[in-house]
Unconditional design. Structure first.
Length: 404
């Protein structure tokens, strides 16, 4: 993607907050980044990898706060604004892939041990850098029980998190017989049973949660329960449906600094994308991490608007128009298996969503997994950050930002 050249340099920088007896010499950093490519006249200058080892920190007393001392590394220049540069070639959706900081702390024997990897949107354009407020009071190698403890000195940090796992059609609830026959060919009628795919994903996800994830809550929804206010006071048989939007409102009412994350598969991927847009436009909240797994909905949403002698075809619990999701991070996994199974055929009937709009995702990848293999696409496969992180790994990193 080509963008106009920024008027200011683009930097990456890391700052750490420490307490006595630690000093700037107690830390080192390895920076792994990629310089942005750019067009100078008609010639393209290609991006160059950056790997800086043993980067030192220095004191910056201007940013001391609450008894903590600020140390920071020199900024790494990712793009240098110059006359004659017409366009910058970068994929802004992958910017967070481009910079990582491996931080090392000096131990009792004088050697440096790696204590933390930091990835994220560590960019600023000629202004204030993104700052990691990581507070430590002792060294490594077991000097103190507080070693590596993250202090609550970032007033903007979330105090809790809520993550919704939402299944697609026939995940939590069966389609009604009338609705199934309306949208799905009769020969696939045997598929009209709850699959619990996303419930299984949630169960497996909880098994890999590290102990330093705190104040985290989770809930499993059907896609019918994640379409605006649609499911309020509605029942499935004798069961009262949940409503994700109402739940989010109630959660934020109790704790406004709750990090909201949405994970959706199939039709629910379409619906969580639409819900993320609706939550932002209604000024309820901005979703932090949105994960969509093999989005489906492009054909079904059009079918619903098809006129017939009896009027329009009807209404499923799905956003009619293509969503424009708004979130801090959007991870999208598109399924393109070499051969189709029944789940892929159903997904194709609903219309897989994969176009220029999904290319806006922060992270996007094409998987060879089948449509039903959401666990593979969410948890098992390390698609991102040079094949070191799965979508669930990135979500866990976000959950770790909570500071009660």
């Amino acid at each position: 993607m080509s963008n106009p050249a920024p008027e200011k340099n683009i930097y990456a920088q890391l700052r750490i907050m420490i307490k006595h007896p630690l000093t700037a010499d107690s830390f080192r950093c390895t920076v792994i980044a990629t310089k942005f490519a750019y067009f100078k006249g008609v010639t393209r200058e290609y991006s160059q990898p950056i790997k800086m080892k043993q980067v030192k920190f220095k004191r910056n007393s201007r940013h001391d706060k609450n008894g903590y001392l600020a140390i920071e590394m020199d900024p790494v220049v990712l793009f240098e604004a110059k006359t004659g540069i017409d366009k910058v070639v970068c994929n802004p959706n992958n910017r967070s892939n481009n910079v990582g900081f491996e931080t090392y702390q000096k131990g009792t024997k004088g050697d440096f041990k790696k204590v933390r990897d930091i990835y994220g949107n560590w960019f600023y354009e000629g202004g204030t850098p993104t700052v990691l407020t990581w507070g430590v009071t002792q060294g490594v190698n077991g000097q103190s029980a507080n070693t590596h403890k993250t202090q609550n000195i970032n007033t903007n940090a979330p105090k809790a998190s809520f993550t919704a796992f939402v299944g697609g059609a026939m995940d939590k609830y069966k389609f009604s017989k009338e609705r199934f026959e309306r949208y799905i060919p009769k020969k696939y009628e045997y598929l009209n049973n709850p699959t619990n795919i996303m419930l299984d994903c949630l169960t497996d996800f909880k098994k890999i949660l590290p102990r330093d994830v705190v104040n985290a809550s989770f809930e499993y929804y059907g896609y019918e329960e994640a379409y605006g206010n649609y499911s309020i006071a509605k029942k499935y048989g004798d069961h009262l449906l949940l409503n994700l939007m109402s739940d989010i409102k109630e959660i934020l009412k109790k704790e406004p600094k709750t990090q909201i994350n949405l994970v959706g598969h199939s039709f629910r991927g379409w619906n969580v994308a639409g819900l993320a847009e609706e939550l932002s436009k209604n000024k309820i909240c901005k979703v932090n991490c949105l994960i969509t797994i093999d989005l489906v909905g492009t054909r079904l949403s059009k079918i619903l608007l098809t006129p017939t002698p009896m009027g329009f075809v009807g209404k499923a619990d799905i956003y009619i128009f293509e969503p424009d999701p708004i979130s801090n991070i959007w991870i999208n996994v598109y399924s393109k298996p070499t051969t189709n199974d029944d789940s892929d055929i159903i997904a194709d009937l609903g219309g897989r969503w994969y176009d220029d709009d999904t290319a806006k995702a922060t992270y996007q990848v094409t998987s060879s997994a089948h449509h039903y293999q959401a666990q593979t696409m969410l948890i098992s496969s390390k698609y991102f950050k040079n094949n070191t992180h799965s979508a669930s790994d990135i979500l866990i990193n976000e959950l770790k930002k909570v500071r009660p």
